[in-house]
Design a protein around this ligand. Structure first.
Ligand SMILES: Nc1ncnc2c1ncn2[C@@H]1O[C@H](COP(=O)(O)OP(=O)(O)OP(=O)(O)O)[C@@H](O)[C@H]1O
Ligand SMILES: [Mg+2]
Length: 244
């Protein structure tokens, strides 16, 4: 299995790897001063696990996801998925890796407003050259599973927040990524809708054997995770009572 493209030499042995951060540091320059966001922190996630990272606003949760997805670069340390060093990839390889292997879910849904529900869901297929009959069948099945196939011609602004997030879940899974990254996915929803979204996200990622990494300030949203970490002062620590 090749995780990047057909012409990159990083061949890997199996599709379900694990995710490892080794002594990762990241800081941002703020005027003259350097502000450390992650300090020499490590994390290892077994394949198919759901890991939640809890942290306050500004703790570095989004930064962490941006590093794992290769949107941003570490200052030092290494991030690898199933033995493939993401930190060694070029920007172009990193973009291809992300497009193929990662699904994203965001607080503000990030659906494209000028595209219909259907067009939003098939977008990752289009980007990966997979929008063929088989791909469209997967998109249809996912939209049915989140209960929104009958709204496929609707535009996102006609949907409630919970409905938009259900579309986002379908979009995050349509290209069969190995890893789903969720950044505060319930942060813009009422409690009941947020709970329903987490039930759906947990079920749909587990059924498909995906890794799910959720970052949130909500312990409630993290309830179904296999492990819960806390991100505090740049370090990740396993929460007591959360089994590794
Ligand atoms: N591109 C950047 N340039 C400079 N500083 C940044 C950048 N991205 C993040 N930061 C800083 O890094 C720190 C962590 O930000 P981050 O967005 O990761 O926090 P967060 O835990 O996701 O917060 P929230 O819960 O509010 O979304 C913040 O102090 C932020 O200002
Ligand atoms: Mg954030």
């Amino acid at each position: 299995m090749n995780f990047v493209t057909g012409n990159v030499k990083t061949e890997l042995s199996s599709a379900n790897g694990f995710i490892c951060l080794k002594q990762v540091s990241k800081s941002y320059l703020e005027g003259e001063t350097r502000r450390a966001v992650l300090r020499d922190t490590s994390l290892c996630i077994a394949k198919e696990q759901f890991v939640a990272v809890l942290g306050k606003s500004g703790a570095g949760k989004t930064t962490l996801l941006n590093l794992i997805s290769g949107i941003d670069r570490v200052d030092s340390g290494e991030i690898s998925i199933n033995g493939l060093s993401l930190t060694a990839l070029t920007d172009h390889e990193s973009t291809l890796f992300r497009r193929k292997n990662i699904g994203f879910i965001f607080q503000f849904f990030n659906l494209i407003p000028t595209l219909t529900v259907w067009e939003n869901v098939v977008m990752p297929l289009e980007l990966n050259g997979l929008c063929n009959e088989a791909g469209r069948k997967v998109a249809e099945a996912l939209l049915r599973e989140v209960g929104l196939f009958d709204r496929k011609r609707t535009y996102p602004d006609r949907l409630s927040g919970g409905e938009q997030q259900r579309v986002s879940i379908a979009r995050a899974l349509v290209h069969d990524p190995m890893l789903v990254l969720a950044d505060e996915p319930t942060g813009n929803l009422d409690e009941e809708t947020g709970d329903a979204i987490m039930v759906l996200l947990n079920r749909m990622t587990r059924q498909r054997g995906k890794n799910l990494i959720l970052v949130t300030h909500s312990a409630e949203a993290a309830r179904a995770a296999d492990q819960v970490y806390e991100l505090h002062e740049g370090r990740l620590t396993l929460r007591e009572g959360s089994w590794a």
